[in-house]
Design a protein around this ligand. Sequence first.
Ligand SMILES: NC(=O)c1ccc[n+]([C@@H]2O[C@H](COP(=O)([O-])OP(=O)(O)OC[C@H]3O[C@@H](n4cnc5c(N)ncnc54)[C@H](O)[C@@H]3O)[C@@H](O)[C@H]2O)c1
Ligand SMILES: O=C(O)C(=O)C[C@@H](O)[C@H](O)[C@H](O)COP(=O)(O)O
Ligand SMILES: [Zn+2]
Length: 360
Amino acid sequence: MKTLQVELGDRSYPIFIGQGLMGNAELVKPYVKGQQVLIVTNTTVAPLYLEKCKAAFAEFNVKSVVLPDGENYKTLETLNLVFDELIGQRFDRSCTLVALGGGVIGDMTGFAAAAFQRGVNFIQMPTTLLSQVDSSVGGKTGVNHPLGKNMIGAFHQPECVVIDTETLNTLEDRQLSAGLAEVIKYGLIQDPEFFEWLEANIEKMLNREPEALSFAIERSCQDKADIVAKDEKEAGMRALFNLGHTFGHAIEAGMGYGNWLHGEGVSAGSMQAVYMSKLLGNLTQEDETRIQALFERAKLPVLPPSVDEMSNDKFLDLMAGDKKVQAGTVRLVLLKSIGKAYVTGDYPQEFLEQTLTNWR
Ligand SMILES: NC(=O)c1ccc[n+]([C@@H]2O[C@H](COP(=O)([O-])OP(=O)(O)OC[C@H]3O[C@@H](n4cnc5c(N)ncnc54)[C@H](O)[C@@H]3O)[C@@H](O)[C@H]2O)c1
Ligand SMILES: O=C(O)C(=O)C[C@@H](O)[C@H](O)[C@H](O)COP(=O)(O)O
Ligand SMILES: [Zn+2]
């Protein structure tokens, strides 16, 4: 088992990474406050892992709630099912929630924990590659609104993150690829060495070779933890994790939540950011080809929906609601080079329009 630490003063927490960690009662015990534990999961993950997860909390009063599965259920309405359980079963302020599932379950459980009685503890047990490399770390929690992704939420850090890499054995190939989009993102924004490692090892990851997956999960979590420690609430550099997301979130909302996976939106959206970075003279054609090749090898889409499926006006309208917008300016994460990203609202509008028109 490998242990990393997210350094946030008295709210610092460990990330445990290893095979078969899910049922480990001794590992999680120190992070359970009080006696009441509510495991939040969904209809896909429950039959696979709920009993195993429950076993780790057997010495507590453990209950569970099973939500419908899917990005289209990441809503305030679904969140009420968690509050119904917490309030109906008389959970008190000293309870602990456990998020057992992918990023949707993690984001919703974290938000429920942030809001229930103005804040209770929670533990992240991520079971998808995407949630293991990204969403379980850093404390961004929330739900979607029809007009925008993650529009309603809170920063609320977990007590610990338990990454059982064995859970990846049951994950569908398309979901594994979606997770790779966020992995590649770390290489692009801040870690050129990792980008090169991915170029050499991406097929090993698709083949689920345990050493390759473990290395990439550890490196991703470390890269994320480093920036979160410096900028917990996205006052500055944390926004770099949004590479491809202003475009990608527009794709997810515009095409109907769940039709494009989050990671697929990030992949196509990152290529839109790459194209625009090339228009600005930051990246060369060779860089663009190299980045595109890696996303394609990871079996991810590199082009956004066609103009017929999603017009430029629809893109621009959805992008105008992005959380990074300042005084009406859509700020984008762009690349200076492979491994170096920056946030800017200072670009010619026609470059954005050319990107939306030409990179299709
Ligand atoms: N909070 C953050 O920092 C952050 C970061 C990145 C993404 N996100 C959010 O995360 C969400 C995407 O997360 P995701 O990609 O994990 O999607 P997801 O949670 O929808 O999970 C993908 C699918 O895999 C299933 N699944 C989960 N674990 C499984 C397993 N071990 N075996 C088989 N099936 C399994 C799920 O039930 C679901 O059908 C989006 O809502 C995105 O906005 C949040
Ligand atoms: O942790 C962060 O910060 C991120 O931006 C990680 C992203 O991968 C993630 O999709 C996040 O939810 C997007 O942030 P948002 O603030 O645009 O919703
Ligand atoms: Zn993301």
